[in-house]
Design a protein around this ligand. Structure first.
Ligand code: PXP
Length: 258
């Protein structure tokens, strides 16, 4: 298949995490979002959690008013969030599972068990003119279930793979990456737009960029951490370069026969 450009969505949640550690207004996630765009991000992602532990309603309203590139809102499939989407009309919404006790989004949505609830919810978002994606485990079963729900986009959860890479568990990492590859291939064959995210750093972003079916990455925690050392603009530029390198390798590699 043709290897197109890979988009980068920068998630600014953890700029708000640092701000909220002290209260007050600084550092401002909107300023970070504008800088990320200046540095080459194709869009900005923010997760408005039920408990508002990082991004707040005011952040969301300011992001919506200030950005010149698409805003992707990560959200749980709740009535409260639906009302917020109808009011703020972000370009895209990514439905994620949410548990108050988790530190981060630990797994993909239960798209099999949640079919009856998620299908009308996704339709309501689409009716508001918002592009819907489902954050799912990289499995064939989840891809099929996402298709049945009628979402045009899936975002594959890369957390388990990144975790195995970081732990130096080569066997597990290879296994997890094969799952991501197979899920990306199936998504694309089903006509679903395929995104990926969670836990990505320069190395894993470069590797996942080699999958031509994946057309957008959403990356937050690592970039905000890197920004402490090299600044946010430089961190986004380095990430962009790592992704472009992976894409260039994909273009140079003959397609796999399946
Ligand atoms: N994509 C989704 C759907 C997420 O929930 C998150 C975490 O908020 C990310 C991407 C980004 O993950 P990370 O902050 O680990 O880069």
């Amino acid at each position: 298949m043709a290897v197109g450009r890979l988009r980068l969505g920068v998630n600014v949640d953890h700029v708000a995490t640092v701000r909220n550690a002290r209260g007050g207004a600084l550092p401002d996630p909107v300023r970070a979002a504008l800088l990320a765009i200046e540095a080459g991000a194709d869009g900005v992602t923010a997760h408005l959690r039920e408990d508002r532990r990082h991004i707040t309603d005011d952040d969301l309203a300011r992001l919506r008013a200030s950005l010149t590139k698409p805003l992707n809102l990560e959200m749980a499939a709740t009535e409260e969030m639906l009302e917020i989407v109808l009011r703020t009309r972000p370009h895209a919404a990514c439905l994620v599972p949410e548990r108050r006790a988790e530190r981060t989004t630990e797994g993909g949505l239960d798209v099999v068990g949640g079919h009856d609830r998620l299908k009308p919810f996704a339709a309501a978002l689409r009716g508001a003119g918002t592009r819907v994606s489902l954050f799912i485990e990289p499995s064939i079963e989840a891809i099929e279930a996402a298709r049945a729900i009628g979402a045009p986009v899936v975002e594959l959860h890369t957390g388990a793979w990144c975790h195995a890479v970081a732990a130096g568990d080569r066997g597990r990492a290879d296994e997890e990456f094969s799952r991501i590859r197979a899920a990306a291939e199936r998504a694309s064959a089903c006509g679903l737009e395929c995104h990926a995210g969670h836990g990505l750093d320069y190395g894993t972003a470069r590797q996942v960029a080699m999958l031509p079916q994946v057309i957008e990455l959403n990356i937050g925690h690592f970039l905000v951490g890197e920004a402490i050392f090299v600044g946010l603009v430089e961190a986004v530029r380095r990430m962009r370069a790592a992704m472009d390198e992976g894409r260039a390798l994909a273009r140079a590699t003959p397609p796999r026969s399946s």
